[in-house]
Design a protein around this ligand. Structure first.
Ligand code: 3NM
Ligand code: MG
Length: 522
């Protein structure tokens, strides 16, 4: 039996990346003190004697902290220093031969890029696979394609039913680590066991801090994964929604919104009307301060400019860092390649909690031509099987998905809520979808506030169960309010509907929502 290794923060050494004046062994020791759980000594240019010397010195430090040591590529060096394992690449010694030469119980790891590599690793019975490259990297000349977090998730699925551990490698940093871990969970629910990192630790002047930042995120992620609740019966959901509608005015969550200039004023007004406080800020330098104090972040790309991307980039990264839910509204994403590229970049940079869009936007995001869009509006009636679509898409994106239209579909990847409320006038004013994003963000903030208070602990970065109810609450409050005010005598058309809707949102009660809600949960 191979040794049980904690793969959480897997340091791969890279002496050539050390900052000037930083000693290799000092950097290694500091990184272990920061939370590195396993070390791979990787020497691509050293002669055998030098490699053995470096490995021996490294092992002395690893032993002091009881951290396992793995040697890259060289079975002879591993044997010479008594390493715990060997990591081989696709072009290195065959696993069966390495196994034959090494002592029983030596850990064997294999670099994998393609599905075939993983299938081979399973057949050969390696102890772990290193999947990559996830992101671009300057540390190694990549000969295989970058696979992204979704590619990692597809490789992970191939490991179902095996005991093989998995780490990801390539361009991983604490700034993209939340997204790396979350975005790579396979559709079967398999998550990474850890991440392998070179430059984010080695090139740092303070490798201890760099390793601590990585380690904190991996540990928090693993804690999150171990606690999963569910409350998806219809009554359970409506009870929770009523509770949030009652609670939002007491909580009064601050909702940071980066939205478009067509709707900014009315979005701020509806946020106030439902009982939350809006702050509409776009300046990159204030994003960290805002992430600390706000209860949720809304990012709406409606009038995004190339020179305005730093705001959403930083806001999203800091929202992940401070564990605030992100509601993402990819307005008109199907319309232009600029929008598509922005959305792709942003969704790869941070982990969102809710994605909201109409059928055209969702189809563009999911990469299907089943639904066409014209500008920001969706064409036709939507998807053939919207229930399956939202469930699969939510599962793939690891977040709650809200598909809007005459009927709204919401999923957390497991349950699907079908909501049939709303008045046709909602489709006759501009920005009702954008308002919905703001209201969903306000209710997600309320849901997460409850988590903080009840659990008296760090909230999960994507608490699917709570965000699912938060999203349903947001949709119900807007659509029920629209039904109520559309019947008022002063409402004669879209122009009089908008102010009446703001009044309606300010007055809608938990009882109104309960009595009007047309909800089916699948
Ligand atoms: N192997 P950094 S990427 C050693 O894709 C290595 O197999 C890779 O370095 C692979 O953390 C890589 O600095 C380098 O990006 C990773
Ligand atoms: Mg190699």
């Amino acid at each position: 039996m191979a040794k049980d290794i904690d793969y959480s923060v897997y340091l791969v050494t890279g002496r050539d990346l050390l900052p000037p004046g930083k000693d290799y062994l000092e950097s290694l020791e500091e990184s272990i003190q920061g939370g590195v759980t396993v070390v791979q000594v990787r020497e691509k240019d050293a002669d055998t004697g030098e490699f053995i010397k470096i490995a021996t010195e490294s092992k002395r430090i690893c032993d002091k902290y009881n951290v396992p040591l793995i040697i890259n590529d060289r079975v002879d060096v591993a044997l010479a220093v008594g390493a715990d394992g060997v990591h081989v690449g696709q072009d290195d010694m065959e696993i069966t031969l390495a196994r034959k030469l090494l002592h029983a119980g030596t850990v064997l790891g294999l670099s994998c890029n393609t599905a075939e590599h993983v299938a081979e690793a399973v057949k050969l019975g390696v102890d772990y696979v290193g999947i990559g490259a996830v992101w671009g990297t300057k540390t190694k000349n990549l000969t295989n394609p970058i696979i992204g977090v979704r590619g990692v998730g597809e490789r992970l699925k191939e490991l179902d039913g095996t005991g093989i551990k998995a780490i990801a490698i390539g361009g991983i940093k604490s700034s993209n680590l939340w997204r790396t871990l979350h975005g790579s969970i396979s559709v079967s629910g398999r998550a990474l066991d850890g991440v392998a990192v070179v430059s984010d630790i080695v090139a740092s002047r303070s490798p201890k801090e760099a390793a601590t930042a990585l380690s904190n995120i991996v540990r928090a992620f693993k804690d999150d994964q171990s606690q999963v609740r569910s409350l998806s019966t219809k009554n359970g959901v409506i009870d929770k929604v009523s509770e949030f509608v009652n609670k939002i005015r007491t909580v009064g969550p601050l909702v940071h919104q980066i939205t478009n200039n067509v709707v900014a004023t009315q979005s701020a007004n509806v946020t106030l009307a439902v009982g939350a406080s809006p702050i509409m800020a776009t300046e990159p330098v204030e994003m960290e301060d805002l992430a600390k104090i706000c209860g949720a972040l809304l990012i709406n790309i409606g009038t995004l400019r190339a020179d305005g991307l730093d705001g959403p980039r930083l806001a999203g990264s800091f929202a992940n860092k401070y564990r605030k839910p992100i509601v993402f509204d990819p307005v008109g994403v199907g319309a232009t390649s600029f929008r598509k590229e922005c959305v792709k970049e942003l969704l790869d940079l941070f982990q969102v909690g809710v994605i909201k869009g109409n059928a055209g936007e969702m189809a563009a995001l999911a990469g299907t031509s089943e639904v066409l869009s014209k500008g920001v509006d969706s064409v036709g009636s939507g998807f053939r099987d919207p229930v399956s679509f939202v469930r699969d898409f939510a599962k793939r994106e690891r977040c709650v998905v809200v598909l809007t239209g005459p009927i709204d579909y919401i999923s957390d990847g497991t349950s699907v809520a079908v909501l049939e409320n709303g008045d046709p006038l909602l489709g006759k004013i501009t920005g009702s979808g954008c308002m919905l994003g703001s209201i969903i963000a306000a209710f997600c903030a309320t849901a997460m506030h409850e988590a903080e208070v009840q659990d008296n602990e760090r909230t999960r970065i994507v608490d699917l169960e709570r965000l699912f109810v938060g999203a349903i609450a947001g949709v119900l409050v807007l659509t029920v309010a629209s039904e109520i005010v559309a019947k008022r005598p002063e409402v004669k058309g879209p122009g009089t509907f908008l102010p009446a809707l703001i009044d309606g949102l300010a007055g809608v009660s938990a009882q109104d929502v309960r009595s009007h809600a047309k909800v089916t949960i699948y």
